[in-house]
Design a protein. Sequence first.
Length: 742
Amino acid sequence: MIYFNKETLEFHLSNDKISYIFRVMEETGVMEQLYFGASIDVYDCYDFLIERESKPGNNQSEGSQITNLDDIKQEIPVYGTTDFRQPALEVVYPNGDRISHFAYHNHEIRRGKARLKGLPSTFGKEEEVEILAVFLKDRYSELIVELRYAIYNDFPIITRQNIITNHGSQTHQLESFLSLNLDLPNEDYEWLHLHGAWAREAQLSRDKLVTGTQQINSTRGASSHMHNPFLTLCLPETTENQGRAYGFSLIYSGNFLAQIQLDTYNIARIQLGINPFQFSWELAENASFTTPEAVMVYSEQGLNGMSQTFHEFYKTHLINQKWAHQKRPVLINNWEATYFDFDEEKILTIANKAKDLGIDLFVLDDGWFGTRDTDNGSLGNWTPDLRKLPNGIRGLANKIVDLGLQFGLWFEPEMVSVDTPLFAAHPDWRIGNPDKHISHGRNQFVLDFSRSEVVDNIFEQIDKVLSSAPITYIKWDMNRYISESYSAALDKQNQGELFHRYILGVYDLYEKILEKFPDLLIESCAGGGGRFDPALLYYAPQAWASDDTDAVERLRIQYGTSMVYPLSSIGSHVSEVPNHQVGRLTSLSMRANVAMFGTFGYELDITNFSEAESAEIRTQIMTFKGYQKLIHDGVFYRLKNPNDGNECAWMVVSKDQKEALVGWYQVLAKPNPAYQRLRLVGLSPDKNYGVSEGGTEALRQGKDLMSVGLLLGENLIGRPENEQGRSIFGDFGSRLFYLCEK
Ligand code: GLA
């Protein structure tokens, strides 16, 4: 998969789906990017890919007109080499200058990709993945940069990760070190990304690429509700199922930057990595710094092709393997049913009913510890509140397990409230400068997870709870951002390390907990989808996608989230109506038909449900469990974008194409509607499928389901007895079709 030509110093990483080609520029030793796209043959020489024209301006080599690096595509551009675009690496030298020149030194090729301790990244066996490590040496120091590329056999993917090591005795300061730089010739591209806010995460945005820089980022200490560490470049004609798309995703949960700088020569410089905002890192003698890993996907099957690659790749080579392909429990969470107002009796009433309905897991949300009756205290005091739970967590968990359910518990490990013993003993464990104002966020402060003693303290507290009771699941929440970054434990010159050290502390706590409790299922959450990123999926295979549980809003949120993340990672529940975020009334079936395309669970007070409602929930749970494997292991296709109109549709097809499940949703009902068909994709053209909805089944051929489509209107020809009737699905109507090979 990795070819190196000794004569021409060209590298070609390729499998039958993609090629990635770059070379060493003879005049400068700089790594020059040549090609990323569909697989091309391995040649003796790639001269035809080298773009050089005589250019005015600053040139690297004396007398040369063709070494103007401002115009040359590169793997890791730096300042001081005639490239004036955004660098991917910036170092401050001991005398204060920032001029670097990293030139090719040597390289290694090896098989297999091991996990990195403390930094989520992709992994693969020797027979699955090949690694190229290219070492570049600085002309002016003993700094060595390693550009690490991985190519996996079966995926149109290259991953990138950079490492810098100081082999000299003098300390240098790293001011920016991105994970990925790709200089791609523009072809009238559009860029697509996910943006949002609390309760409206993962909204799709697609715009024409314009000259200048377009950027998304986070400065909040978490990947954030506002932007996801992901972007796509695609052609104007690229649709869900057709056309070229380049997807970029960063495996990181902290401050990130993802940007495209379209320059005057029509090159799109794509960069992903740790946000240089307030970042700096001291590189003392023998110190190294490793960037997060970035993933590049190439698709010629449109956005669905790109997403399917991300889904399968992350499930196989990133997501916690204990759970990536394991059935997840259908859960009930008490948050929207009780908020803070519960006691053991109330919880047991819900759990009893949950068992009766066929639910697997009861999750006790916020409010079980300290004296937390509202959201204004007790975080950091992880001892059970005996006023609400006289038998503690152990007593409650045992009773729930006796009912035949599993038990799960909510934590917000990274936070502290001022009314806790933890805060009284260690006020300096809070992030912020005590001599200046430190803002509250949801009445709480952020603990300084850059300090190992803080992580250890929280680990010990959580360990004590988890060891005391049969707990199989935790919901790990994080409900505010870091707004005044300052650590009492870091020296002046190291304050720029806090944001990254903080997130490394979060990863460390995940690793400590999973090392001790390897079977634990963790769902991450950050006020909903405020930290829904690939890195946390490495530990927590599912994430609560949004605090907005309204089924209509969820169509957009889940549609957007699926751009990168597999359905098995998208935390989705049937919740209360009128909905607590938008006040909308939707049917139980609409709520379930949306939530089923995710992890599935319930978050409402089921105790007062009528027998008819209870029966409906029982059927929903049985339906979901019947399709769970198909939904979580199948291939997902988005069919109709809820942002484009009144409808949304999507489907999952099993890998052997023997089964499929289609979800169709309408926002508002229309009188006298046009006749509608929904064209399906991904089926086997020659197979016959029984298409069932509710109790009825029709036989159709794959070929015609993909050309004619599924009939959404009625088919009353020759049936005069029915012609006065019409099925009306009403506002917020939904339909679920199951297809099975006959
Ligand atoms: C956050 C989460 C919710 C719930 C509350 C509890 O908002 O996203 O699901 O757990 O915290 O305080």
